[in-house]
Design a protein around this ligand. Structure first.
Ligand SMILES: Cc1cc2nc3c(=O)[nH]c(=O)nc-3n(C[C@H](O)[C@H](O)[C@H](O)COP(=O)(O)O)c2cc1C
Length: 369
Protein backbone atom coordinates (compact mmCIF):
# COMPACT_ATOMS: atom_id res chain seq x y z
CA UNK A 1 0.00 0.00 0.00
CA UNK A 2 1.03 3.62 -0.40
CA UNK A 3 1.47 6.07 2.44
CA UNK A 4 2.38 9.44 0.99
CA UNK A 5 5.66 8.91 -0.85
CA UNK A 6 6.23 5.47 0.72
CA UNK A 7 5.31 2.13 -0.79
CA UNK A 8 4.80 -0.45 1.94
CA UNK A 9 4.99 -4.20 1.44
CA UNK A 10 1.74 -4.88 3.28
CA UNK A 11 -1.15 -2.88 4.74
CA UNK A 12 -0.44 -4.15 8.27
CA UNK A 13 1.03 -1.87 10.96
CA UNK A 14 2.37 -2.30 14.47
CA UNK A 15 0.59 0.11 16.84
CA UNK A 16 2.67 2.00 19.39
CA UNK A 17 2.55 0.43 22.86
CA UNK A 18 4.59 2.62 25.19
CA UNK A 19 7.06 0.47 27.10
CA UNK A 20 6.69 -2.44 24.68
CA UNK A 21 7.27 -1.47 21.03
CA UNK A 22 10.98 -1.05 21.54
CA UNK A 23 13.69 -1.95 19.03
CA UNK A 24 14.10 -5.61 20.12
CA UNK A 25 10.36 -6.24 19.84
CA UNK A 26 10.10 -4.49 16.47
CA UNK A 27 13.01 -6.51 15.07
CA UNK A 28 11.56 -9.76 16.41
CA UNK A 29 8.19 -9.09 14.79
CA UNK A 30 9.69 -7.90 11.51
CA UNK A 31 11.75 -11.07 11.17
CA UNK A 32 8.53 -13.10 11.28
CA UNK A 33 7.21 -11.27 8.20
CA UNK A 34 3.99 -9.60 7.12
CA UNK A 35 4.55 -6.20 8.73
CA UNK A 36 4.24 -3.13 6.49
CA UNK A 37 5.52 -0.56 8.96
CA UNK A 38 6.34 -0.35 12.66
CA UNK A 39 6.13 2.64 14.98
CA UNK A 40 8.11 3.60 18.07
CA UNK A 41 6.53 4.31 21.45
CA UNK A 42 5.36 7.89 21.75
CA UNK A 43 8.22 10.37 22.16
CA UNK A 44 8.02 13.86 23.63
CA UNK A 45 8.91 16.34 20.87
CA UNK A 46 10.64 18.75 23.23
CA UNK A 47 12.77 16.03 24.80
CA UNK A 48 13.85 15.02 21.33
CA UNK A 49 14.88 18.55 20.37
CA UNK A 50 16.78 18.80 23.63
CA UNK A 51 18.44 15.45 22.76
CA UNK A 52 17.44 13.94 26.11
CA UNK A 53 19.03 10.53 26.52
CA UNK A 54 15.71 8.80 27.21
CA UNK A 55 14.10 10.26 24.08
CA UNK A 56 17.08 9.25 21.93
CA UNK A 57 16.88 5.71 23.33
CA UNK A 58 13.21 5.56 22.32
CA UNK A 59 14.07 6.32 18.69
CA UNK A 60 17.04 3.94 18.57
CA UNK A 61 16.84 1.87 15.41
CA UNK A 62 18.85 -0.55 13.24
CA UNK A 63 19.12 -1.43 9.54
CA UNK A 64 16.61 -4.28 9.92
CA UNK A 65 14.06 -1.92 11.48
CA UNK A 66 12.74 -0.35 8.27
CA UNK A 67 10.45 1.33 7.38
CA UNK A 68 10.10 3.02 10.76
CA UNK A 69 7.68 5.69 11.92
CA UNK A 70 8.36 7.68 15.08
CA UNK A 71 5.36 8.80 17.07
CA UNK A 72 5.60 12.32 18.50
CA UNK A 73 3.50 14.03 21.09
CA UNK A 74 3.45 17.68 21.98
CA UNK A 75 1.37 20.76 21.47
CA UNK A 76 3.87 23.50 20.59
CA UNK A 77 3.86 23.84 16.77
CA UNK A 78 7.52 24.88 16.46
CA UNK A 79 8.68 22.02 18.67
CA UNK A 80 6.65 19.47 16.73
CA UNK A 81 8.03 20.80 13.43
CA UNK A 82 11.63 20.88 14.65
CA UNK A 83 11.35 17.37 16.07
CA UNK A 84 9.94 16.13 12.74
CA UNK A 85 12.82 17.76 10.88
CA UNK A 86 15.33 16.17 13.24
CA UNK A 87 13.73 12.75 12.62
CA UNK A 88 13.81 13.30 8.87
CA UNK A 89 17.52 14.15 9.07
CA UNK A 90 18.09 10.80 10.82
CA UNK A 91 16.42 8.89 7.97
CA UNK A 92 13.15 8.04 9.73
CA UNK A 93 10.53 7.01 7.12
CA UNK A 94 7.50 8.73 8.59
CA UNK A 95 6.32 10.81 11.54
CA UNK A 96 3.11 10.01 13.38
CA UNK A 97 1.35 12.44 15.72
CA UNK A 98 -0.26 11.16 18.89
CA UNK A 99 -3.79 12.52 19.16
CA UNK A 100 -5.32 9.68 21.12
CA UNK A 101 -3.36 9.45 24.32
CA UNK A 102 -5.75 9.84 27.27
CA UNK A 103 -3.00 10.22 29.87
CA UNK A 104 -3.53 13.34 31.96
CA UNK A 105 0.13 14.38 31.79
CA UNK A 106 -0.06 14.50 27.96
CA UNK A 107 -3.54 16.08 27.66
CA UNK A 108 -2.89 18.79 30.26
CA UNK A 109 -0.39 20.42 27.94
CA UNK A 110 -2.78 20.17 24.98
CA UNK A 111 -1.24 17.02 23.44
CA UNK A 112 -2.74 13.55 22.92
CA UNK A 113 -6.52 13.34 22.82
CA UNK A 114 -6.92 17.01 23.80
CA UNK A 115 -5.93 17.69 20.19
CA UNK A 116 -9.16 16.12 18.98
CA UNK A 117 -11.18 18.89 20.62
CA UNK A 118 -9.47 21.84 18.97
CA UNK A 119 -9.73 21.37 15.25
CA UNK A 120 -8.31 24.63 13.91
CA UNK A 121 -5.40 24.76 16.31
CA UNK A 122 -4.54 21.14 15.58
CA UNK A 123 -4.79 21.62 11.82
CA UNK A 124 -2.42 24.59 12.02
CA UNK A 125 0.12 22.59 14.03
CA UNK A 126 -0.04 19.72 11.55
CA UNK A 127 0.27 22.06 8.56
CA UNK A 128 3.51 23.40 10.01
CA UNK A 129 4.90 19.87 10.32
CA UNK A 130 3.79 18.81 6.83
CA UNK A 131 5.36 21.90 5.30
CA UNK A 132 8.55 21.39 7.28
CA UNK A 133 9.44 17.88 6.04
CA UNK A 134 9.30 15.77 2.91
CA UNK A 135 8.54 12.47 4.69
CA UNK A 136 4.89 11.53 5.30
CA UNK A 137 3.20 12.89 8.41
CA UNK A 138 0.32 10.82 9.82
CA UNK A 139 -2.03 11.23 12.78
CA UNK A 140 -3.26 8.61 15.24
CA UNK A 141 -6.51 9.42 16.98
CA UNK A 142 -9.49 7.97 18.80
CA UNK A 143 -13.10 8.44 17.64
CA UNK A 144 -13.37 11.53 19.81
CA UNK A 145 -13.31 12.76 23.36
CA UNK A 146 -16.56 10.95 24.29
CA UNK A 147 -19.81 9.66 22.67
CA UNK A 148 -21.19 13.21 22.42
CA UNK A 149 -18.07 14.49 20.69
CA UNK A 150 -17.18 12.12 17.87
CA UNK A 151 -14.84 14.54 16.19
CA UNK A 152 -12.62 12.07 14.33
CA UNK A 153 -14.35 12.36 10.91
CA UNK A 154 -14.15 16.17 10.95
CA UNK A 155 -10.61 16.15 12.26
CA UNK A 156 -9.48 13.57 9.69
CA UNK A 157 -10.97 15.67 6.88
CA UNK A 158 -9.33 18.83 8.22
CA UNK A 159 -5.96 17.09 8.50
CA UNK A 160 -6.25 15.70 4.98
CA UNK A 161 -6.76 19.33 3.93
CA UNK A 162 -3.41 20.33 5.44
CA UNK A 163 -1.57 17.40 3.89
CA UNK A 164 -1.37 14.41 6.24
CA UNK A 165 -0.53 11.20 4.42
CA UNK A 166 -2.79 8.89 6.45
CA UNK A 167 -4.93 8.49 9.55
CA UNK A 168 -4.69 5.77 12.18
CA UNK A 169 -7.98 5.44 14.00
CA UNK A 170 -8.53 3.48 17.21
CA UNK A 171 -12.27 2.75 17.21
CA UNK A 172 -12.96 3.95 20.76
CA UNK A 173 -13.48 7.32 22.42
CA UNK A 174 -11.10 8.74 24.98
CA UNK A 175 -13.81 8.37 27.64
CA UNK A 176 -14.10 4.68 26.79
CA UNK A 177 -10.47 3.91 27.59
CA UNK A 178 -10.19 0.25 26.67
CA UNK A 179 -13.77 -0.62 27.68
CA UNK A 180 -16.52 -1.93 25.43
CA UNK A 181 -15.81 -3.14 21.92
CA UNK A 182 -14.06 -1.41 19.08
CA UNK A 183 -16.67 0.54 17.10
CA UNK A 184 -16.37 -0.44 13.44
CA UNK A 185 -19.18 1.92 12.41
CA UNK A 186 -17.15 4.76 13.94
CA UNK A 187 -14.08 3.75 11.93
CA UNK A 188 -16.21 3.58 8.80
CA UNK A 189 -17.37 7.17 9.35
CA UNK A 190 -13.72 8.28 9.31
CA UNK A 191 -13.03 6.29 6.12
CA UNK A 192 -16.01 8.00 4.48
CA UNK A 193 -14.99 11.44 5.69
CA UNK A 194 -11.68 11.63 3.82
CA UNK A 195 -11.32 12.08 0.08
CA UNK A 196 -8.28 10.02 -0.77
CA UNK A 197 -5.75 9.36 2.00
CA UNK A 198 -5.55 5.89 3.55
CA UNK A 199 -7.35 5.35 6.86
CA UNK A 200 -5.89 2.54 8.95
CA UNK A 201 -8.26 0.88 11.42
CA UNK A 202 -7.14 -0.14 14.90
CA UNK A 203 -8.52 -1.88 17.96
CA UNK A 204 -9.02 -5.44 19.24
CA UNK A 205 -7.51 -7.17 16.20
CA UNK A 206 -6.26 -10.47 17.57
CA UNK A 207 -6.64 -12.77 14.58
CA UNK A 208 -6.49 -12.74 10.78
CA UNK A 209 -10.28 -13.05 10.70
CA UNK A 210 -10.72 -9.97 12.89
CA UNK A 211 -8.44 -7.99 10.56
CA UNK A 212 -10.45 -9.10 7.54
CA UNK A 213 -13.69 -8.15 9.26
CA UNK A 214 -12.38 -4.69 10.09
CA UNK A 215 -11.36 -4.12 6.46
CA UNK A 216 -14.63 -5.45 5.07
CA UNK A 217 -16.93 -3.60 7.46
CA UNK A 218 -15.13 -0.25 7.49
CA UNK A 219 -13.48 -0.02 4.08
CA UNK A 220 -10.19 0.90 5.80
CA UNK A 221 -7.01 0.65 3.73
CA UNK A 222 -5.04 -1.23 6.37
CA UNK A 223 -5.04 -2.49 9.92
CA UNK A 224 -2.84 -1.56 12.86
CA UNK A 225 -2.32 -4.13 15.61
CA UNK A 226 -1.06 -3.44 19.14
CA UNK A 227 -1.82 -5.88 21.95
CA UNK A 228 -2.59 -8.68 19.50
CA UNK A 229 1.01 -8.51 18.25
CA UNK A 230 2.36 -8.90 21.74
CA UNK A 231 0.18 -11.90 22.31
CA UNK A 232 1.04 -13.33 18.92
CA UNK A 233 4.08 -11.90 17.07
CA UNK A 234 3.21 -14.13 14.08
CA UNK A 235 -0.08 -12.29 13.56
CA UNK A 236 1.19 -10.08 10.74
CA UNK A 237 2.45 -12.90 8.54
CA UNK A 238 -0.61 -15.01 9.31
CA UNK A 239 -2.93 -12.09 8.49
CA UNK A 240 -1.06 -11.21 5.30
CA UNK A 241 -1.38 -14.83 4.17
CA UNK A 242 -5.05 -15.05 5.13
CA UNK A 243 -6.00 -11.80 3.38
CA UNK A 244 -4.24 -12.99 0.24
CA UNK A 245 -5.31 -16.64 0.12
CA UNK A 246 -8.21 -17.10 2.56
CA UNK A 247 -6.19 -19.83 4.24
CA UNK A 248 -5.17 -19.86 7.91
CA UNK A 249 -1.54 -20.86 8.49
CA UNK A 250 -0.95 -23.47 11.21
CA UNK A 251 0.01 -22.22 14.65
CA UNK A 252 3.74 -22.10 15.38
CA UNK A 253 5.16 -25.19 17.06
CA UNK A 254 6.63 -25.19 20.56
CA UNK A 255 10.16 -25.23 19.09
CA UNK A 256 9.39 -22.24 16.88
CA UNK A 257 7.98 -20.33 19.86
CA UNK A 258 11.13 -21.09 21.85
CA UNK A 259 13.34 -20.04 18.93
CA UNK A 260 11.60 -16.68 18.62
CA UNK A 261 11.56 -16.13 22.39
CA UNK A 262 15.32 -16.71 22.56
CA UNK A 263 15.89 -14.41 19.58
CA UNK A 264 13.84 -11.73 21.33
CA UNK A 265 15.94 -12.11 24.48
CA UNK A 266 19.19 -11.88 22.50
CA UNK A 267 17.99 -8.68 20.85
CA UNK A 268 17.00 -7.30 24.26
CA UNK A 269 20.54 -7.99 25.51
CA UNK A 270 22.08 -6.45 22.40
CA UNK A 271 20.08 -3.24 22.76
CA UNK A 272 19.86 -2.84 26.55
CA UNK A 273 22.85 -4.84 27.83
CA UNK A 274 22.71 -8.18 29.64
CA UNK A 275 21.55 -7.01 33.08
CA UNK A 276 18.82 -4.58 32.00
CA UNK A 277 17.86 -6.69 28.96
CA UNK A 278 17.27 -9.75 31.16
CA UNK A 279 15.39 -7.73 33.72
CA UNK A 280 13.12 -6.29 31.02
CA UNK A 281 12.62 -9.77 29.59
CA UNK A 282 11.04 -10.93 32.84
CA UNK A 283 7.76 -9.36 31.76
CA UNK A 284 8.11 -10.49 28.13
CA UNK A 285 8.84 -14.22 28.52
CA UNK A 286 5.46 -15.06 30.12
CA UNK A 287 3.75 -13.86 26.92
CA UNK A 288 5.54 -16.55 24.96
CA UNK A 289 4.88 -19.21 27.58
CA UNK A 290 1.12 -18.59 27.41
CA UNK A 291 1.13 -20.94 24.43
CA UNK A 292 3.57 -23.57 25.74
CA UNK A 293 0.94 -25.68 27.48
CA UNK A 294 1.77 -26.31 31.16
CA UNK A 295 4.33 -23.63 32.01
CA UNK A 296 4.14 -22.88 35.75
CA UNK A 297 7.67 -24.18 36.26
CA UNK A 298 8.97 -21.80 33.57
CA UNK A 299 6.96 -18.76 34.68
CA UNK A 300 7.97 -19.06 38.30
CA UNK A 301 11.69 -19.02 37.41
CA UNK A 302 11.81 -16.68 34.43
CA UNK A 303 10.52 -13.72 36.44
CA UNK A 304 13.87 -13.84 38.24
CA UNK A 305 16.10 -14.26 35.17
CA UNK A 306 19.36 -12.33 35.63
CA UNK A 307 21.68 -13.37 32.78
CA UNK A 308 21.72 -15.19 29.45
CA UNK A 309 23.33 -18.26 31.08
CA UNK A 310 20.67 -18.22 33.78
CA UNK A 311 17.97 -18.14 31.09
CA UNK A 312 19.53 -21.19 29.38
CA UNK A 313 19.42 -23.05 32.69
CA UNK A 314 15.77 -22.13 33.23
CA UNK A 315 14.87 -23.26 29.73
CA UNK A 316 16.77 -26.56 30.00
CA UNK A 317 15.11 -27.33 33.32
CA UNK A 318 11.71 -26.44 31.87
CA UNK A 319 12.17 -28.68 28.84
CA UNK A 320 12.86 -31.59 31.17
CA UNK A 321 9.87 -30.82 33.39
CA UNK A 322 7.57 -30.39 30.35
CA UNK A 323 8.49 -33.92 29.24
CA UNK A 324 5.88 -35.39 31.59
CA UNK A 325 3.08 -33.80 29.52
CA UNK A 326 4.26 -35.19 26.16
CA UNK A 327 3.24 -38.36 24.30
CA UNK A 328 5.62 -40.76 22.48
CA UNK A 329 5.79 -38.47 19.43
CA UNK A 330 6.92 -35.51 21.54
CA UNK A 331 3.57 -33.68 21.21
CA UNK A 332 1.61 -32.36 24.19
CA UNK A 333 -1.00 -34.91 25.26
CA UNK A 334 -4.39 -33.59 24.08
CA UNK A 335 -5.67 -32.55 27.49
CA UNK A 336 -2.65 -30.28 28.03
CA UNK A 337 -2.84 -28.46 24.69
CA UNK A 338 -3.72 -24.75 24.81
CA UNK A 339 -6.85 -23.70 22.89
CA UNK A 340 -5.98 -22.62 19.34
CA UNK A 341 -4.87 -19.01 19.43
CA UNK A 342 -7.31 -17.49 16.96
CA UNK A 343 -10.30 -19.49 18.12
CA UNK A 344 -9.77 -18.61 21.77
CA UNK A 345 -10.86 -15.10 20.70
CA UNK A 346 -13.22 -15.98 17.87
CA UNK A 347 -15.35 -18.21 20.07
CA UNK A 348 -15.53 -15.68 22.84
CA UNK A 349 -18.88 -13.99 23.31
CA UNK A 350 -17.19 -10.60 23.22
CA UNK A 351 -13.67 -10.70 21.74
CA UNK A 352 -12.81 -7.35 23.35
CA UNK A 353 -13.48 -8.76 26.81
CA UNK A 354 -11.50 -11.88 25.96
CA UNK A 355 -8.66 -9.66 24.77
CA UNK A 356 -8.60 -7.70 28.01
CA UNK A 357 -8.63 -10.94 29.98
CA UNK A 358 -6.01 -12.69 27.86
CA UNK A 359 -3.95 -9.58 27.31
CA UNK A 360 -4.32 -7.54 30.45
CA UNK A 361 -3.46 -3.97 29.51
CA UNK A 362 0.24 -4.18 30.31
CA UNK A 363 1.77 -1.90 32.88
CA UNK A 364 4.06 0.43 30.95
CA UNK A 365 5.43 3.78 31.98
CA UNK A 366 1.92 5.10 31.29
CA UNK A 367 -0.63 3.78 33.72
CA UNK A 368 -4.00 4.78 32.26
CA UNK A 369 -3.98 3.88 28.55
C1 LIG B 1 0.42 -0.40 27.21
C2 LIG B 1 -0.09 0.41 26.09
C3 LIG B 1 0.67 1.45 25.63
C4 LIG B 1 0.22 2.25 24.56
N1 LIG B 1 1.01 3.26 24.09
C5 LIG B 1 0.58 4.04 23.06
C6 LIG B 1 1.41 5.08 22.53
O1 LIG B 1 2.55 5.30 22.95
N2 LIG B 1 0.90 5.84 21.53
C7 LIG B 1 -0.37 5.62 21.01
O2 LIG B 1 -0.77 6.32 20.09
N3 LIG B 1 -1.13 4.61 21.46
C8 LIG B 1 -0.69 3.83 22.47
N4 LIG B 1 -1.48 2.79 22.92
C9 LIG B 1 -2.72 2.48 22.18
C10 LIG B 1 -2.44 1.43 21.09
O3 LIG B 1 -1.55 1.92 20.12
C11 LIG B 1 -3.73 0.99 20.38
O4 LIG B 1 -4.34 2.11 19.79
C12 LIG B 1 -4.71 0.31 21.32
O5 LIG B 1 -4.05 -0.57 22.19
C13 LIG B 1 -5.80 -0.44 20.53
O6 LIG B 1 -5.23 -1.38 19.67
P1 LIG B 1 -5.07 -2.95 20.07
O7 LIG B 1 -6.42 -3.42 20.51
O8 LIG B 1 -4.60 -3.60 18.80
O9 LIG B 1 -4.07 -3.02 21.19
C14 LIG B 1 -1.04 2.00 23.97
C15 LIG B 1 -1.81 0.92 24.44
C16 LIG B 1 -1.36 0.13 25.48
C17 LIG B 1 -2.19 -1.02 25.94
Amino acid sequence: MRLGSLTLQTNLFLSPLAGYTNLPFRLTVRELGGLGMATTDLVNARSLIERKVKALKLIETAPGDQPLAVQLFGSVPEEMRDAAQFLESLGVASVDINMGCPVRKVCRVGGGSAMMTELNKTAALVRGMVEGVRIPVTAKMRLGWDEENLTAPDLARALEGVGVAGIFIHGRTRAQGFGGRVNLVGIRAVVQAVAGIPVIGNGDVTSPEAAQRMIEETGCAGVSIGRGAFYNPWIFEHTRHFLKTGELLPEPSFEERVRVMVRHLDLMIEVFGETLGCRMFRKVAPWYSKRFGPASEFNKKVVLVSSRAHFDEILAHYRQWRGQFLDETGELKPRFRPVAMASSFMQAENPAVALRREIPVPKGPVDVW
